[in-house]
Design a protein around this ligand. Structure first.
Ligand code: PMP
Length: 423
């Protein structure tokens, strides 16, 4: 599979080599790397990506969920062009930002007040600092396998580049284990920061787990933060609205900026009103591009003109069809492949047992799983289908039912032709 890939992609190989002169690994975003070298894109339209060697792919990666509107969406393009024509670095409030803020406030139950920043990473940094300043406590609980941005990466063994915060790392979807840690560190915990679905692996939280965190945080005066950078697309008001569990604070990013750099954090009025600069005791919150005109315009247009409740339901149904279809095929072939996720998110796992928590994944099987992920990734590329190497998919609006069926046909073919390595 690898030699076929190398032979088919001389342009991407050449670019990788040239780019490696200036950037380590020829890359400026680790998650986009895969071996032997990543495909480099020339352009995208709808759900189709074209690489610099001229191949076309159906895009199931969806830019890790920021690409929800599809490539070159004409409605988004128009919003960006309109904003562009009126000037983009105005250095003051603009015509779009309050509109976007009020749509988000209306949609997300926890967002009594909110502010913008430039990425999901920043949103989490600001939310954590807000909770630390409000509670005058220092520790922050996060979860094994969680990801909250470039400086927040919680895997076994820790990550040397994590911000120097006093982290407490709890087991995901483990009520007893997490509540024990909250009890132990309760007086020092400023915040519990949790993804309502672990983006890494697309593992949804058990609602009972989130409810237990909700109750325990209230009892201990801890700020509960939902990182909905990914899950915000799962209903018009995010997973919190769908589950009817309201955190104290929420962080957002990805598609909500219409495909531009975006982040937002917000929550309870009593916490967020401290950012009012007119107050004598105001907390500062700065960022040159926080109200970036292109982002604000594209974001507002996307939410109001495209991602309506009906569009959300249609997209989630496509994800359900894909996930259920993969799992049906795996059962029929008795193949150790499993699709997890929620609505428009689908994660592939090579496992013959259910996977609901990172702890369910046997570390001893890692080399074999890695090889299988590489194989399915390269086989699907050869079939004109693009997803993340680790089997992550965030469906985008222009994906058609035929695209979903094409993915399922490729899955069927993979299980057939790779029967030997799978068993
Ligand atoms: N939180 C979650 C749950 C994410 O999935 C991501 C991005 N993958 C982030 C935070 C960070 O967002 P950004 O890449 O915009 O900094």
């Amino acid at each position: 599979a690898e030699s076929r890939f190398i032979a088919a992609n001389p342009g991407s190989a050449e670019r990788h080599k040239a780019a490696s002169q200036a950037m380590p690994g020829g890359n400026t975003r680790t998650v986009l790397h895969f071996d032997p070298f990543p495909l480099a894109w020339r352009r995208g339209e709808g759900a189709v990506l074209e690489d610099i060697d001229g191949h076309r792919y159906i895009d199931f990666l969806g830019e890790y969920s920021a690409g929800l509107y599809g490539h070159s969406n004409p409605v988004i393009l128009e919003a960006v062009r309109d904003a562009l024509a009126d000037g983009i670095v105005l250095g003051g409030p603009n015509a779009y930002e309050a509109g976007l803020a009020s749509v988000l406030q209306e949609r997300f139950p926890s967002l009594e007040l909110l502010r913008f920043c430039n990425s999901g990473t920043e949103a989490n940094m600001f939310a954590i600092q807000t909770a630390r300043a409000a509670t005058r406590r220092s520790k922050v609980m996060v979860f094994e396998g969680g990801y909250h941005g470039g400086v927040f990466y919680f895997r076994q063994g820790g990550m040397p580049l994590n911000l120097p915060i006093d982290w407490v790392i709890a087991p995901y979807n483990d009520i007893e284990g997490s509540l024990d840690l909250i009890k132990k560190h309760g007086k020092d915990l400023a915040a519990v920061l949790v993804e309502p679905m672990l983006g890494s692996g697309c593992l949804p939280a058990d609602p009972a787990f989130l409810l237990a965190l909700r109750e325990s945080c209230t009892a201990h005066g801890i700020v509960l933060i939902f990182d909905e950078v990914m899950t915000s697309r799962l209903s018009t008001g995010g997973l919190q609205a769908a589950l009817r569990i309201t955190p104290d604070m929420t962080t957002l990013g990805k598609y909500i900026g219409g495909g531009m750099s975006f982040g937002a954090f917000g929550g309870r009025r009593d916490l967020m009103q401290r950012f009012d600069p007119a107050r004598a005791d105001a907390w500062p919150h700065a960022g040159t591009f926080n109200n970036n005109v292109l982002t604000m315009s594209a974001g507002l247009t996307g939410l109001t003109k495209i991602y309506t409740g009906e569009a959300v339901a249609r997209l989630n149904a496509k994800g359900d069809r894909l996930r259920n279809g993969i799992n049906d095929l795996a059962r029929r072939h008795e193949a150790p492949l499993l699709a997890t996720g929620h609505g428009s998110f689908v994660g592939l796992h090579f496992s013959d047992r259910p996977v609901t928590r990172p702890q369910d994944i046997d570390p001893a099987g890692e080399p074999k799983r890695k090889a299988l992920h590489k194989l399915i990734h390269l086989d699907f590329i050869a079939a004109g289908i693009y997803m993340a190497r680790r089997g992550y998919m965030a469906l985008m609006l222009p994906l058609s039912d035929a695209d979903i069926e094409k993915f399922l046909a490729a899955t069927d073919e993979f299980m057939q032709s790779r029967q030997q390595v799978l068993s």
